[in-house]
Design a binder for this molecule. Structure first.
Ligand code: NAD
Length: 478
């Protein structure tokens, strides 16, 4: 959830209205006529369904949604969440944010989102499979899923298992459809998934923040050295996004000084070995009392400890009017959706903190989902055609260099130089390029507005410009 769009207790508007407010704030800096702006904002199709599923000896009526926010590019794309909080407004807001997120990272899809109003913990695996397969068949019946129509993905409460059930249901209702695997992403690798998807969001967070830290002018303003190495980092949440982000920061020379989980936080200014922290948590069930670190009993206070970079990667609204002024980080990277309230945003912007918005920073997942879709449509693993060719070519170039110089490289260097790209190498490289390119698009937008707005508003203007041009060029049906 985007923080400036997630309503807080003091805000009297819905989540979707919040997204519209953020949109309007940014739209004034774009050139589009009001009709185009209205069309960009509107949710194109909303499908609310109710269907019966036998649970034990009772029939339960399941409430579910699929919203396609924008058809300016097809297919639409967005996750499916299972949560008791699912409602039409939330699904519409999340679908809208997917449109803008895809535009920012140049993923050529419209935005969508789906949800089933259940608590998955209340059902057996068998019951969840029935609920999921019936949802998939409802989508097929209404033409709300398909490789060129709408391509869902995992979200809160769903994962590769649910994606497998959905693709299997789709394929059995569409026999012979050669591209059936491309109807959904986030599948297990054995079912057409792509290598690198699991860590993609955390890796994207790392690439994005690394780019911020490599921008000399901005680092000078913050009084920080250029580069990731030696930067002190605090991460909240050791789940999919937080753990992988922390791991990439650690592997690349940053110092993880603090970690916050729901049971509490730990802090060590000398730095924590993130692998050992995770091992320790696995064996003891908690990060608390990690050797050498200070315990922070109130987990949220971990966010207020000294550091250069803070990565909230757990929950919404964790930085708010109550604690924003005490945050010491100079850079905040929104790994989670909506970790800052609008009030916090304002306080931190006034303090000169760089807040890197979720809409850009956690887009690694959808970017790699796009790669998975491409893989499914091409029916070939990335790297299969060119890996051996590259290795042979590298080998002959190296042989020429060695014979010309009369020197030999070391065995380790040889392995590195000869290595042709595997699927995961290409996925990482595509993601890295995306995160770097998109960051500079947002930064240019910021500079073109003389830094009058925050990075979130600048990111929105980038998205509106792309979707607006797309609608203009599509033309309006007479
Ligand atoms: P996750 O469930 O894997 O991890 C969340 C972690 O936060 C867990 O380890 C949990 O124990 C921890 N946590 C819970 N309460 C906490 C608290 N009070 N203090 C500190 N830690 C707490 O979820 P995830 O997939 O990593 O998603 C995290 C956030 O990132 C969500 O906002 C999600 O919407 C967003 N996001 C995820 C992806 C993705 O690809 N997974 C993509 C985009 C955005």
């Amino acid at each position: 959830m985007n923080n400036a769009t997630k309503p807080t207790q003091e805000a009297h508007y819905s989540f979707f209205q919040g997204v519209e407010r953020n949109f309007d704030k940014a739209a004034q800096y774009t050139r589009f006529e009001s009709g185009i702006l209205e069309q960009i904002k509107a949710c194109n199709s909303v499908y609310r369904m109710k269907y019966p599923v036998r649970i034990g000896d009772k029939i339960e009526v399941i409430e579910a949604y699929r919203v396609q926010h924008s058809h300016h590019k097809l297919p639409c794309k967005g996750g499916i969440r299972y949560s008791m909080d699912v409602n039409q407004d939330e699904v519409m807001a999340l679908a809208a944010l997917m449109t803008y997120k895809c535009a920012i990272v140049n993923v050529p899809f419209g935005g969508a989102k789906g949800g089933i109003k259940i608590n998955p913990k209340n059902y057996s695996v068998f019951e969840l499979e029935k609920i999921t397969r019936r949802y998939a068949s409802e989508l097929v019946k209404k033409n709300f899923i398909g490789p060129g129509i709408d391509v869902p993905a995992p979200d809160y409460g769903t994962g590769p298992r649910e994606m497998s059930w959905i693709v299997d249901t789709y394929a059995s209702l569409k026999p012979g459809e050669v591209d059936a695997l491309a109807c959904i992403t986030g599948k297990p690798v054995t079912q057409g998934g792509v290598r690198g998807r699991t860590e993609a969001t955390g890796l994207g967070v790392y690439y994005g923040i690394r780019e911020v830290c490599n921008t000399a002018e901005d680092m000078k303003k913050l009084g920080l050295e250029v580069g990731i190495e030696g930067k002190k980092v605090i991460v909240q949440g050791l789940g999919n996004v937080g753990y992988h982000a922390a791991k990439f920061f650690y592997d690349n020379g940053a110092i993880i000084v603090g970690v916050a989980e729901y049971e509490g936080g730990i802090y060590d200014e000398k730095g924590l070995d993130i692998y050992k922290v995770v091992e320790y948590r696995k064996s003891t069930g908690s990060i608390m009392n990690y050797p050498g670190a200070t315990n922070i009993v109130n987990s949220a206070e971990t966010l207020e400890q000294p550091c250069d970079i803070l990565i909230p990667a757990a929950l919404e609204n964790v930085i708010n009017g109550g604690n924003a002024a005490r945050i010491q980080a100079k850079i905040i990277g929104e790994g989670a959706n909506g970790p800052l309230t609008p009030e916090a945003d304002e306080i931190l912007n006034q303090k000169g903190v760089i807040v890197v918005p979720d809409m850009y920073l956690n887009a690694g997942g959808v970017t790699v989902s796009y790669f998975e879709w491409l893989k499914n449509l091409s029916h070939v693993r990335f790297g299969r055609m060119d890996k051996r060719f590259s290795e042979n070519q590298n080998s002959s170039i190296l042989a020429s260099v060695e014979s010309l110089t009369g020197k030999k490289v070391t065995a380790i260097e040889r392995t590195q130089i000869l290595h042709g790209p595997d699927e995961v190498d290409l996925v990482y490289s595509g993601l890295e390029d995306t995160m770097i390119g998109s960051y500079h698009e947002i930064r240019e937008a910021l500079l073109s507005l003389d830094n009058k707005v925050d990075m979130r508003t600048a990111a929105f203007t980038v998205a509106i410009n792309k979707v607006g041009v797309s609608y203009e060029e599509l033309g309006i049906f007479p």
